[in-house]
Ligand binder design. Structure first.
Ligand code: DON
Length: 323
């Protein structure tokens, strides 16, 4: 089904029959389940059933709209980089930007090419090198175990759910095969850009990437970004309004690697993808949403997940660029 087929006239902040829209998108995409390529460079992820599709939308008013495999936990992978960046900004403030840039990379998430030209300072906090630099910042003053515990508790606090945990098999699988990440981290350490030993920093990085969450939990954890820094469900102020706006800006420009322009063009929302097939997207002032479908496109972003968000943004008129 073409996205245009799903268009309707209701494009205000309040969306009529959002559950109906979510159901319709799920059913429109069901015939395509299994499309795309499941990430297999992390052996544990290669076992995931490609025929999964989950959608969860949580409105800033607390309304929850879900379809499909929205309550099944999956590996959030790079989506966790939004949470570690938020933590690092809380600890180090603007000093974070001395260690990592804020520009789109235009290259793959695990590319090493720019790192040499830019002397070990990664382009942005969402490519692997940038997130490794952020893990180094989160480690400051902690053992790796403490830093991992702090990240897990932070995500539990954001989602208001103490059940959220790391999948140790995924963390172990990545530790055993993360040759490129070791190369990136060693390279940065060689430039004097990491304060802690490479195995400590990567221990933190691999574990936060191995967080397992459902679409519903993920959508709740992103709600503070949709509501000017404050989670309206818990009443907790997580970050300032300005910081929420800035994290959203980074998600929009860098959240899908060298597919960020295409995602902005098609969906028009700040979003962050992971190779587990999840995407967290934020409609500021309206809702936080998460989708999951393990088959990836050529940029390593969920194929059906991107399509589901494209349909959702179109039907709701939620694109930040206008309805
Ligand atoms: O380091 C890695 O390669 C993975 N733990 C995370 C990569 C990822 O999710 C890229 N996203 N599309």
């Amino acid at each position: 089904m073409d996205v245009a087929d799903l268009a309707n006239g209701d494009r205000g902040a309040h969306v009529e029959d959002l559950q109906g829209i979510v159901d319709e998108i799920y059913h429109a995409l069901t015939p395509r389940l299994g499309e795309g390529k499941v990430a297999d460079y992390i052996p544990q992820l290669a076992h995931v059933d490609p025929h999964k599709l989950g959608i969860a939308v949580v409105g800033v008013d607390g309304g929850v709209y879900k379809a499909g495999d929205c309550d099944e936990a999956f590996s959030i992978q790079s989506i966790s980089k939004v949470f570690t960046l938020t933590l690092a900004l809380g600890k180090h403030g603007e000093n974070v930007w001395k260690r990592v840039g804020r520009e789109p990379s235009g290259s793959a998430f695990n590319s090493i090419v720019q790192l040499e030209h830019e002397e070990g300072k990664p382009r942005n906090p969402f490519i692997n090198a940038g997130a490794i630099a952020v893990s180094d910042l989160v480690l400051a003053g902690h053992t790796p175990r403490e830093a991992i515990g702090e990240i897990v508790r932070f995500v539990q606090y954001l989602a208001d759910d103490e059940q959220i945990a790391i999948d140790p098999a995924v963390a172990k699988s990545e530790l055993a095969t993360g040759y490129r990440n070791f190369a990136l981290a060693n390279f940065m350490r060689g430039f004097g850009k990491l304060d802690h030993p490479v195995d400590h920093v990567l221990g933190v990085y691999f574990h936060h990437c191995a967080l397992a969450m459902t679409c519903a939990q993920l959508a709740r954890s992103g709600l503070f970004l949709a509501a000017a820094g404050r989670n309206p469900l818990t009443g907790h102020t997580v970050v300032s309004r300005q910081r929420a706006r800035r994290i959203n800006a980074l998600m929009l420009t860098c959240g899908h690697y060298d597919g960020s322009g295409d995602f902005a063009y098609r969906v028009g929302l700040p979003g962050k993808s992971g190779v587990g097939g999840g995407i967290l997207a934020v409609a500021p002032g309206k809702a936080s949403m998460a989708v999951w479908s393990p088959g990836l496109n050529h940029n390593g972003n969920s194929l059906l997940g991107s399509l589901a968000l494209e349909m959702l943004a179109h039907r709701t008129g939620w694109s930040v660029f206008g309805p």
